[in-house]
Design a protein around this ligand. Structure first.
Ligand code: G3I
Length: 390
Protein backbone atom coordinates (compact mmCIF):
# COMPACT_ATOMS: atom_id res chain seq x y z
CA UNK A 1 0.00 0.00 0.00
CA UNK A 2 1.59 3.29 -1.00
CA UNK A 3 1.44 6.34 1.24
CA UNK A 4 -0.24 9.52 0.06
CA UNK A 5 3.18 11.14 -0.33
CA UNK A 6 4.42 8.24 -2.50
CA UNK A 7 1.23 8.48 -4.54
CA UNK A 8 1.58 12.22 -5.06
CA UNK A 9 5.24 11.86 -6.04
CA UNK A 10 4.37 9.13 -8.51
CA UNK A 11 1.50 11.08 -10.03
CA UNK A 12 3.68 14.21 -10.17
CA UNK A 13 6.14 12.31 -12.34
CA UNK A 14 3.28 11.13 -14.57
CA UNK A 15 1.88 14.63 -14.75
CA UNK A 16 5.28 16.07 -15.60
CA UNK A 17 5.63 13.49 -18.35
CA UNK A 18 2.25 14.51 -19.69
CA UNK A 19 3.11 18.19 -19.52
CA UNK A 20 6.24 17.63 -21.58
CA UNK A 21 4.83 14.98 -23.84
CA UNK A 22 5.07 16.87 -27.10
CA UNK A 23 5.88 20.27 -28.46
CA UNK A 24 2.78 22.34 -27.84
CA UNK A 25 3.22 23.79 -31.29
CA UNK A 26 2.26 20.48 -32.89
CA UNK A 27 -1.05 20.59 -31.14
CA UNK A 28 -2.67 23.29 -33.20
CA UNK A 29 -0.49 23.24 -36.28
CA UNK A 30 -2.59 23.72 -39.38
CA UNK A 31 -5.71 24.33 -37.35
CA UNK A 32 -7.31 26.76 -39.77
CA UNK A 33 -10.18 25.06 -41.52
CA UNK A 34 -11.35 27.28 -44.38
CA UNK A 35 -14.86 25.85 -44.10
CA UNK A 36 -15.19 26.92 -40.49
CA UNK A 37 -12.86 29.85 -40.07
CA UNK A 38 -13.50 33.30 -41.48
CA UNK A 39 -10.47 34.90 -43.11
CA UNK A 40 -10.05 37.15 -40.09
CA UNK A 41 -8.72 34.29 -37.96
CA UNK A 42 -4.94 34.24 -37.55
CA UNK A 43 -2.95 31.71 -39.49
CA UNK A 44 -0.52 30.27 -36.99
CA UNK A 45 -0.53 28.48 -33.67
CA UNK A 46 1.60 31.26 -32.20
CA UNK A 47 -1.43 33.54 -32.33
CA UNK A 48 -3.10 31.62 -29.53
CA UNK A 49 -0.22 30.23 -27.48
CA UNK A 50 2.25 31.55 -24.90
CA UNK A 51 1.89 35.28 -24.42
CA UNK A 52 -1.22 35.15 -26.63
CA UNK A 53 -3.04 32.51 -24.60
CA UNK A 54 -6.25 33.13 -22.66
CA UNK A 55 -4.26 32.58 -19.49
CA UNK A 56 -1.83 35.42 -20.21
CA UNK A 57 -4.38 37.89 -21.57
CA UNK A 58 -6.59 37.30 -18.53
CA UNK A 59 -3.73 37.94 -16.13
CA UNK A 60 -2.96 41.32 -17.70
CA UNK A 61 -6.47 42.47 -16.76
CA UNK A 62 -6.75 41.29 -13.18
CA UNK A 63 -8.27 37.90 -14.02
CA UNK A 64 -7.38 34.25 -13.81
CA UNK A 65 -8.68 32.16 -16.71
CA UNK A 66 -9.17 28.43 -16.53
CA UNK A 67 -11.35 25.46 -17.31
CA UNK A 68 -13.16 22.53 -15.84
CA UNK A 69 -11.77 19.16 -16.89
CA UNK A 70 -12.78 15.52 -16.72
CA UNK A 71 -9.61 14.19 -15.13
CA UNK A 72 -9.43 10.96 -17.16
CA UNK A 73 -9.24 13.06 -20.32
CA UNK A 74 -6.15 14.85 -18.99
CA UNK A 75 -4.60 11.47 -18.19
CA UNK A 76 -5.40 9.79 -21.47
CA UNK A 77 -4.91 12.52 -24.08
CA UNK A 78 -1.53 14.30 -24.08
CA UNK A 79 -2.73 16.84 -26.69
CA UNK A 80 -5.60 17.77 -24.43
CA UNK A 81 -3.27 18.00 -21.41
CA UNK A 82 -1.05 20.34 -23.45
CA UNK A 83 -4.01 22.49 -24.43
CA UNK A 84 -5.19 22.82 -20.83
CA UNK A 85 -1.76 23.69 -19.45
CA UNK A 86 -1.14 26.13 -22.31
CA UNK A 87 -4.39 28.07 -21.88
CA UNK A 88 -5.33 27.75 -18.21
CA UNK A 89 -4.17 29.41 -15.02
CA UNK A 90 -6.65 27.40 -12.96
CA UNK A 91 -8.43 24.05 -13.30
CA UNK A 92 -11.39 22.43 -11.57
CA UNK A 93 -12.59 18.82 -11.83
CA UNK A 94 -16.13 18.59 -13.25
CA UNK A 95 -17.25 15.68 -11.10
CA UNK A 96 -14.42 13.89 -9.34
CA UNK A 97 -14.70 15.87 -6.09
CA UNK A 98 -18.42 15.29 -5.70
CA UNK A 99 -19.70 12.90 -3.02
CA UNK A 100 -20.63 10.07 -5.40
CA UNK A 101 -17.21 9.98 -7.07
CA UNK A 102 -15.13 10.64 -3.96
CA UNK A 103 -16.86 8.56 -1.32
CA UNK A 104 -18.04 5.19 -2.64
CA UNK A 105 -18.82 3.92 0.89
CA UNK A 106 -19.30 5.58 4.29
CA UNK A 107 -15.82 4.60 5.44
CA UNK A 108 -13.96 4.96 2.13
CA UNK A 109 -12.69 8.02 0.27
CA UNK A 110 -10.96 7.75 -3.11
CA UNK A 111 -8.79 10.79 -3.79
CA UNK A 112 -6.84 9.17 -6.64
CA UNK A 113 -8.14 11.29 -9.54
CA UNK A 114 -8.28 14.70 -7.84
CA UNK A 115 -4.80 14.08 -6.36
CA UNK A 116 -3.59 13.48 -9.90
CA UNK A 117 -5.15 16.73 -11.09
CA UNK A 118 -3.58 18.66 -8.21
CA UNK A 119 -0.10 17.46 -9.14
CA UNK A 120 -0.78 18.13 -12.83
CA UNK A 121 -1.83 21.68 -11.88
CA UNK A 122 1.19 22.22 -9.63
CA UNK A 123 3.61 20.93 -12.26
CA UNK A 124 2.18 23.33 -14.80
CA UNK A 125 1.97 26.36 -12.50
CA UNK A 126 -1.80 26.33 -12.43
CA UNK A 127 -4.13 26.84 -9.49
CA UNK A 128 -6.88 24.36 -8.70
CA UNK A 129 -10.33 24.89 -7.22
CA UNK A 130 -12.70 22.40 -5.64
CA UNK A 131 -16.24 21.59 -6.85
CA UNK A 132 -18.28 20.77 -4.79
CA UNK A 133 -18.80 19.80 -1.14
CA UNK A 134 -22.58 19.88 -1.21
CA UNK A 135 -24.90 19.44 -4.21
CA UNK A 136 -28.41 18.00 -4.44
CA UNK A 137 -27.44 15.94 -7.50
CA UNK A 138 -24.56 14.13 -5.85
CA UNK A 139 -26.01 12.25 -2.89
CA UNK A 140 -24.71 8.68 -2.65
CA UNK A 141 -27.22 5.84 -2.34
CA UNK A 142 -25.58 4.58 0.86
CA UNK A 143 -26.42 7.74 2.81
CA UNK A 144 -30.09 7.49 1.84
CA UNK A 145 -30.64 4.07 3.42
CA UNK A 146 -32.90 3.80 6.45
CA UNK A 147 -29.91 2.88 8.56
CA UNK A 148 -27.71 5.83 7.56
CA UNK A 149 -30.19 8.62 6.84
CA UNK A 150 -30.69 9.57 10.51
CA UNK A 151 -26.94 10.23 10.76
CA UNK A 152 -26.79 12.58 7.77
CA UNK A 153 -25.63 15.59 9.79
CA UNK A 154 -22.65 13.67 11.20
CA UNK A 155 -21.73 12.19 7.79
CA UNK A 156 -21.96 15.69 6.29
CA UNK A 157 -19.64 17.27 8.85
CA UNK A 158 -17.17 14.36 8.66
CA UNK A 159 -17.16 14.48 4.86
CA UNK A 160 -16.49 18.21 4.59
CA UNK A 161 -13.84 18.00 7.31
CA UNK A 162 -12.00 15.07 5.70
CA UNK A 163 -12.07 16.43 2.17
CA UNK A 164 -11.12 20.00 3.10
CA UNK A 165 -8.29 18.80 5.35
CA UNK A 166 -6.96 16.57 2.58
CA UNK A 167 -6.53 19.59 0.28
CA UNK A 168 -5.94 22.32 2.87
CA UNK A 169 -3.34 24.80 1.68
CA UNK A 170 -3.50 23.57 -1.92
CA UNK A 171 -6.79 24.84 -3.35
CA UNK A 172 -7.55 28.38 -4.48
CA UNK A 173 -11.24 28.06 -3.58
CA UNK A 174 -14.05 25.62 -2.85
CA UNK A 175 -17.61 25.61 -4.13
CA UNK A 176 -18.87 24.78 -0.67
CA UNK A 177 -22.57 24.81 -1.51
CA UNK A 178 -23.86 24.45 -5.06
CA UNK A 179 -27.37 25.38 -6.31
CA UNK A 180 -29.26 25.74 -3.02
CA UNK A 181 -32.00 27.99 -4.43
CA UNK A 182 -35.08 26.70 -6.28
CA UNK A 183 -38.16 28.89 -5.70
CA UNK A 184 -40.53 26.38 -7.34
CA UNK A 185 -39.90 23.96 -4.45
CA UNK A 186 -42.07 26.29 -2.33
CA UNK A 187 -39.80 26.42 0.73
CA UNK A 188 -39.12 29.51 2.88
CA UNK A 189 -36.44 31.82 1.41
CA UNK A 190 -36.64 29.95 -1.91
CA UNK A 191 -34.47 27.13 -0.63
CA UNK A 192 -34.29 23.94 -2.68
CA UNK A 193 -35.90 20.89 -1.08
CA UNK A 194 -32.73 18.83 -1.40
CA UNK A 195 -31.72 15.76 0.56
CA UNK A 196 -29.38 17.95 2.66
CA UNK A 197 -32.14 20.48 3.36
CA UNK A 198 -34.64 17.81 4.34
CA UNK A 199 -32.31 15.81 6.56
CA UNK A 200 -30.29 18.59 8.21
CA UNK A 201 -32.63 21.59 7.93
CA UNK A 202 -32.09 25.04 6.37
CA UNK A 203 -28.95 25.63 8.45
CA UNK A 204 -27.06 23.01 6.40
CA UNK A 205 -25.63 25.88 4.34
CA UNK A 206 -24.15 27.69 7.32
CA UNK A 207 -22.93 24.37 8.73
CA UNK A 208 -21.14 23.55 5.46
CA UNK A 209 -19.28 26.88 5.38
CA UNK A 210 -18.27 26.80 9.04
CA UNK A 211 -17.08 23.19 8.77
CA UNK A 212 -15.08 23.94 5.61
CA UNK A 213 -13.40 26.95 7.22
CA UNK A 214 -12.44 24.96 10.32
CA UNK A 215 -10.68 22.38 8.10
CA UNK A 216 -9.13 24.74 5.54
CA UNK A 217 -8.24 28.23 6.75
CA UNK A 218 -7.09 29.51 3.35
CA UNK A 219 -9.36 28.53 0.45
CA UNK A 220 -11.91 31.15 -0.66
CA UNK A 221 -15.23 29.62 0.33
CA UNK A 222 -17.76 30.07 -2.44
CA UNK A 223 -21.53 29.88 -2.87
CA UNK A 224 -22.17 28.77 -6.48
CA UNK A 225 -25.45 28.96 -8.43
CA UNK A 226 -27.02 29.34 -11.89
CA UNK A 227 -29.91 31.23 -13.47
CA UNK A 228 -28.92 34.80 -12.58
CA UNK A 229 -27.61 36.09 -15.88
CA UNK A 230 -30.62 37.42 -17.80
CA UNK A 231 -32.96 40.41 -17.59
CA UNK A 232 -35.89 38.02 -17.15
CA UNK A 233 -38.40 37.79 -14.30
CA UNK A 234 -37.27 34.30 -13.43
CA UNK A 235 -33.60 35.27 -13.15
CA UNK A 236 -34.51 38.48 -11.25
CA UNK A 237 -36.31 36.39 -8.63
CA UNK A 238 -33.35 34.01 -8.34
CA UNK A 239 -30.95 36.96 -7.93
CA UNK A 240 -33.16 38.43 -5.20
CA UNK A 241 -33.27 35.15 -3.28
CA UNK A 242 -29.54 34.49 -3.60
CA UNK A 243 -28.71 38.02 -2.40
CA UNK A 244 -31.03 37.48 0.57
CA UNK A 245 -29.23 34.23 1.38
CA UNK A 246 -25.81 35.91 1.10
CA UNK A 247 -26.86 38.83 3.31
CA UNK A 248 -28.12 36.46 5.99
CA UNK A 249 -24.90 34.48 5.90
CA UNK A 250 -22.84 37.67 6.13
CA UNK A 251 -24.99 38.97 9.01
CA UNK A 252 -24.21 35.80 10.93
CA UNK A 253 -20.48 36.05 10.18
CA UNK A 254 -20.48 32.87 8.15
CA UNK A 255 -17.04 32.56 6.46
CA UNK A 256 -18.14 33.27 2.91
CA UNK A 257 -15.50 34.65 0.54
CA UNK A 258 -16.92 34.52 -2.96
CA UNK A 259 -19.97 33.97 -5.12
CA UNK A 260 -19.90 31.74 -8.18
CA UNK A 261 -22.03 32.59 -11.18
CA UNK A 262 -22.17 29.43 -13.26
CA UNK A 263 -22.65 31.38 -16.53
CA UNK A 264 -24.27 28.68 -18.67
CA UNK A 265 -25.49 31.28 -21.12
CA UNK A 266 -27.51 30.69 -24.27
CA UNK A 267 -27.25 31.99 -27.81
CA UNK A 268 -30.29 33.47 -29.60
CA UNK A 269 -32.27 34.44 -26.50
CA UNK A 270 -35.16 36.91 -26.24
CA UNK A 271 -33.77 38.30 -22.95
CA UNK A 272 -30.93 40.79 -22.64
CA UNK A 273 -27.73 40.41 -20.61
CA UNK A 274 -27.48 43.76 -18.89
CA UNK A 275 -28.81 45.73 -15.97
CA UNK A 276 -29.98 42.77 -13.88
CA UNK A 277 -26.58 41.11 -13.95
CA UNK A 278 -24.69 44.40 -13.48
CA UNK A 279 -26.73 45.29 -10.38
CA UNK A 280 -26.34 41.78 -8.99
CA UNK A 281 -22.54 41.95 -9.36
CA UNK A 282 -22.45 45.36 -7.71
CA UNK A 283 -24.54 44.14 -4.75
CA UNK A 284 -22.11 41.25 -4.25
CA UNK A 285 -19.11 43.57 -4.52
CA UNK A 286 -20.59 45.86 -1.87
CA UNK A 287 -20.79 42.89 0.50
CA UNK A 288 -16.99 42.58 0.18
CA UNK A 289 -17.18 39.30 -1.74
CA UNK A 290 -15.31 38.19 -4.86
CA UNK A 291 -17.15 36.90 -7.93
CA UNK A 292 -16.13 33.90 -10.01
CA UNK A 293 -17.63 32.98 -13.39
CA UNK A 294 -17.37 29.29 -12.69
CA UNK A 295 -18.94 27.29 -15.55
CA UNK A 296 -19.03 29.56 -18.59
CA UNK A 297 -20.25 28.09 -21.89
CA UNK A 298 -22.78 28.92 -24.60
CA UNK A 299 -25.67 26.58 -25.27
CA UNK A 300 -26.45 27.08 -28.98
CA UNK A 301 -29.52 24.83 -29.31
CA UNK A 302 -31.75 27.82 -30.08
CA UNK A 303 -29.81 28.89 -33.17
CA UNK A 304 -31.98 27.91 -36.12
CA UNK A 305 -29.31 27.97 -38.84
CA UNK A 306 -27.19 24.80 -39.13
CA UNK A 307 -24.25 26.52 -40.86
CA UNK A 308 -21.25 26.24 -38.47
CA UNK A 309 -19.74 29.53 -39.66
CA UNK A 310 -22.92 31.43 -38.81
CA UNK A 311 -23.34 29.55 -35.54
CA UNK A 312 -19.74 30.26 -34.50
CA UNK A 313 -20.30 33.98 -35.09
CA UNK A 314 -23.47 34.01 -32.94
CA UNK A 315 -21.78 31.99 -30.18
CA UNK A 316 -18.79 34.37 -30.19
CA UNK A 317 -21.11 37.37 -29.98
CA UNK A 318 -22.90 35.77 -27.01
CA UNK A 319 -19.56 35.46 -25.18
CA UNK A 320 -18.78 39.09 -26.00
CA UNK A 321 -22.18 40.34 -24.80
CA UNK A 322 -21.99 38.38 -21.55
CA UNK A 323 -18.40 39.22 -20.69
CA UNK A 324 -18.93 42.91 -21.50
CA UNK A 325 -21.35 43.16 -18.58
CA UNK A 326 -19.69 40.66 -16.25
CA UNK A 327 -16.09 41.84 -16.56
CA UNK A 328 -17.02 45.48 -16.01
CA UNK A 329 -17.25 44.78 -12.28
CA UNK A 330 -13.90 44.69 -10.44
CA UNK A 331 -15.17 42.01 -8.04
CA UNK A 332 -14.91 39.46 -10.87
CA UNK A 333 -11.59 37.64 -10.45
CA UNK A 334 -11.95 34.24 -12.14
CA UNK A 335 -13.34 33.10 -15.46
CA UNK A 336 -13.58 29.34 -16.04
CA UNK A 337 -15.20 27.69 -19.02
CA UNK A 338 -16.93 24.34 -18.37
CA UNK A 339 -14.30 22.38 -20.28
CA UNK A 340 -12.31 24.07 -23.00
CA UNK A 341 -13.03 21.85 -26.03
CA UNK A 342 -16.30 20.94 -27.75
CA UNK A 343 -15.13 17.33 -27.67
CA UNK A 344 -15.79 17.11 -23.94
CA UNK A 345 -18.59 19.60 -23.23
CA UNK A 346 -21.41 18.27 -21.04
CA UNK A 347 -23.77 19.72 -23.66
CA UNK A 348 -22.63 17.03 -26.10
CA UNK A 349 -21.92 14.21 -23.68
CA UNK A 350 -24.71 14.33 -21.13
CA UNK A 351 -28.28 13.09 -21.51
CA UNK A 352 -29.91 14.15 -24.80
CA UNK A 353 -33.56 14.22 -23.72
CA UNK A 354 -33.48 17.92 -22.80
CA UNK A 355 -31.62 18.94 -25.96
CA UNK A 356 -33.51 20.71 -28.72
CA UNK A 357 -31.01 19.61 -31.41
CA UNK A 358 -29.82 16.16 -30.24
CA UNK A 359 -28.30 15.36 -33.63
CA UNK A 360 -26.30 18.58 -33.94
CA UNK A 361 -23.17 18.58 -31.74
CA UNK A 362 -22.78 21.89 -29.97
CA UNK A 363 -19.89 24.25 -30.72
CA UNK A 364 -20.06 25.86 -27.28
CA UNK A 365 -16.47 26.29 -26.17
CA UNK A 366 -13.36 28.24 -27.28
CA UNK A 367 -11.72 25.20 -28.91
CA UNK A 368 -13.38 22.77 -31.31
CA UNK A 369 -13.38 18.96 -31.16
CA UNK A 370 -9.89 18.87 -32.68
CA UNK A 371 -8.58 21.50 -30.27
CA UNK A 372 -8.53 24.25 -32.88
CA UNK A 373 -9.44 27.75 -31.63
CA UNK A 374 -12.72 29.19 -32.88
CA UNK A 375 -14.22 32.64 -32.95
CA UNK A 376 -15.31 32.05 -29.36
CA UNK A 377 -11.63 31.95 -28.36
CA UNK A 378 -11.02 35.38 -29.89
CA UNK A 379 -14.24 36.76 -28.41
CA UNK A 380 -13.18 35.71 -24.91
CA UNK A 381 -9.64 36.97 -25.36
CA UNK A 382 -10.88 40.25 -26.83
CA UNK A 383 -13.21 40.68 -23.86
CA UNK A 384 -10.25 40.26 -21.49
CA UNK A 385 -8.28 42.83 -23.51
CA UNK A 386 -11.07 45.41 -23.34
CA UNK A 387 -11.28 45.18 -19.54
CA UNK A 388 -10.05 48.41 -17.96
CA UNK A 389 -9.40 46.98 -14.50
CA UNK A 390 -5.83 45.78 -13.87
O1 G3I B 1 -15.77 9.00 -16.06
C1 G3I B 1 -16.85 8.07 -16.10
C2 G3I B 1 -16.55 6.98 -17.10
O2 G3I B 1 -15.43 6.25 -16.65
C3 G3I B 1 -17.79 6.09 -17.24
O3 G3I B 1 -17.58 5.13 -18.24
C4 G3I B 1 -19.03 6.89 -17.61
C5 G3I B 1 -20.30 6.06 -17.66
O4 G3I B 1 -21.44 6.79 -17.31
O5 G3I B 1 -19.22 7.90 -16.62
C6 G3I B 1 -18.12 8.81 -16.52
O6 G3I B 1 -18.42 9.74 -15.52
C7 G3I B 1 -19.39 10.73 -15.85
C8 G3I B 1 -18.74 12.09 -15.72
O7 G3I B 1 -19.69 13.10 -15.91
C9 G3I B 1 -17.59 12.30 -16.72
O8 G3I B 1 -18.08 12.19 -18.03
C10 G3I B 1 -20.55 10.60 -14.88
O9 G3I B 1 -21.23 9.37 -15.12
C11 G3I B 1 -21.52 11.77 -15.07
O10 G3I B 1 -22.52 11.73 -14.07
C12 G3I B 1 -20.75 13.07 -14.95
O11 G3I B 1 -21.62 14.14 -15.22
C13 G3I B 1 -21.24 15.40 -14.70
C14 G3I B 1 -22.44 16.01 -13.96
O12 G3I B 1 -22.13 17.31 -13.52
C15 G3I B 1 -22.79 15.17 -12.72
O13 G3I B 1 -21.72 15.13 -11.82
C16 G3I B 1 -20.85 16.30 -15.86
O14 G3I B 1 -19.62 15.82 -16.45
C17 G3I B 1 -20.61 17.71 -15.36
O15 G3I B 1 -20.39 18.56 -16.46
C18 G3I B 1 -21.85 18.20 -14.58
O16 G3I B 1 -21.51 19.47 -14.04
C19 G3I B 1 -22.58 20.28 -13.52
C20 G3I B 1 -21.99 21.07 -12.34
O17 G3I B 1 -21.47 20.20 -11.39
C21 G3I B 1 -23.05 21.98 -11.72
N1 G3I B 1 -23.63 22.87 -12.71
C22 G3I B 1 -24.16 22.19 -13.91
C23 G3I B 1 -23.09 21.31 -14.55
C24 G3I B 1 -23.59 20.65 -15.83
O18 G3I B 1 -24.61 19.74 -15.55
Amino acid sequence: MQTRREFIEKSSRTAAAIALSGPAASLLAGYVNPKQSPASLPASFHDVAGSRSLRTHARRHGLTFGSAVIIRNVQSDPDYADLVSEQCGIVVPTGELKWIALRPAPDRYDFTLPDFLLSFAQNNHMLMRGHTLCWHQSVPAWIQTEENRPHTRQFFVDHITTVCKHYAGHLHSWDVVNEAILPSDGQPAGLRKSFWYEQIGPDYIELAFRTARAADPDAKLTYNDYGVEYDSEEDAERRRLILELLRNLKKRDVPLGAVGIQSHVKAAQPFTLGEGLANYLESIRQMGLEVYLTELDVNEDDIKDDDPVKRDAIIAQTYTDYLKVALANPAVKLVLTWDISDRFTWLNNGPTHHRKQPNRPQRSLPFDRDFRPKEAFFAIRGSFDRRQIK
